[in-house]
Design a protein around this ligand. Sequence first.
Ligand SMILES: [Zn+2]
Length: 537
Amino acid sequence: MKRDARLRRRCAVPFGLLALATAPLHGQAAAAAARLHPAAIEAYIRYLSDDALEGRGTGTRGGQVAAAFIAAQFRRMGLEPAGDSGTYLQAVALLGRTPSPRVSVDGAELRYPQDYVVAPVTDDTVTRVAGEMIFAGYGIISPARGWDDYKGADVRGKIVVVLPGDPDSTTFDRLTGRPWVAVREKADVAARRGAAALLVVQSEDRGGVPWQAVQAFTHERISLAAPTQHVAFWGWLSDSAAAALAAQGGQDLERLRTAATRRDFRPTPLGARLEAEIRTAVRRIPTGNVVAKLPGRGPHAAEAIVVGAHYDHLGIGEPVNGDSIYNGAEDNASGTAAMLAAAEAIAGGRARPARTIVFTAFAAEELGLQGSEWLVRHPPAGLRLVGAFAMDVLNLYGRTRDIGTVGVKQSSLGALIRKAAAAEGMTTNEDPDDLRRGRFFRSDNYAFAREGIPAMRLVNGVDFVGRPADWGRQQRERYWNERYHRPNDELAPWMSMDGIAQQARVLVRAALAAADTRSPPAWAPTSDFRSPDPGAR
Ligand SMILES: [Zn+2]
């Protein structure tokens, strides 16, 4: 109570009109948080994770029923539709692409899939590319870390060949920096420079993904319709194939590899020309985001804060102990329920912050953050996305003293979460375990971060009220080892809505605050996601 009184007094000091405009929100945020109903959260989870919804698989009837349910809730809450043509549904152009490629270098055909695999990015059934090959080190441009593998080299129309990952873990932040282990990041850098294609030299013992994992790309890959700026395809070259073709052009792959570890590395033409023809079986997968908005008022209303959670899960799959429905109660009926409860708590009051709040249930997260990427590419009409909170797997185990966060140090959203947690009598923690598991990149917050929009993710705290010190971490391990992506990720009688209700209250406060600060959310000066790519065309 004391804290609230102090805040109110501080805001009463006339900072100017903008500060005055924000003053009434402090009381509103507390009222909104108090309106949050744990029973409603439980009802949402119970419905979404029911066997009748068949695991909410992307492109399935169960997924459609979930979307219709969420849209109906938004309507009941009085939120405005922010999907396609005045509805709550935003269709996501999701495609399955199965490639049959032929690739030759200087006229000699490479063996498929022993020497290479490709992922076509175009929407065409035939993709043809021909161009010079150029080795661009690790393919990284990172102003924040003083690293530029391109050095302004002209790669337009060329096939850029790069090494996997990054050159060293001290220069690069593998936990919350740009994940250079993701081929997609490197393909984006190449695409912004007009490259025709990007190939990563696959070397398992040097930080690449296992060749077996790479071989998955011979099957169908599900991803979005091609963006405006894109390479025609990206893929992997085996270590031996790369070494052989470098040698043909009078280059030594080992020497290039060594050179690439230095800041002064310059792109090196490989003296070879690649020709590719990829025939692709393309299949459309019907799915969509569910999007609603609470319009802001005043001059910042076109700026939008996203509060989102993915509603899709794995659908029906391999049976385990006779159960084939992957209910996804924790992953992510829980996050969807918290998003809905937060929307209800905010919409039910009189708080009308300066910025618009966009509530979104994301589609197809399990297939690679597809729905959130689509929203980033296609924000609701008239809105610019300036910040995002994502929820994925929330706390169904009881009350905690802390709230878990991922990316809390990356942007000004972190301070808002800390303040919101403090108002609920909680601390925030960012567990190194979560970061080591790559949890900053494995959910929808990353789709925003990748495009420069400050974003973070709420996860579970570990300090449970009335439990031994290590109980929270044990629960988390049990979830990862026993229920994660299994049919028994279900609502169980021992579970409690107290923890998720705390998380949703913190979310309500933080979202209202982010929608009403004088400046929009900003990345921390040290964050990789802050710097725009300077050489981008
Ligand atoms: Zn999830």
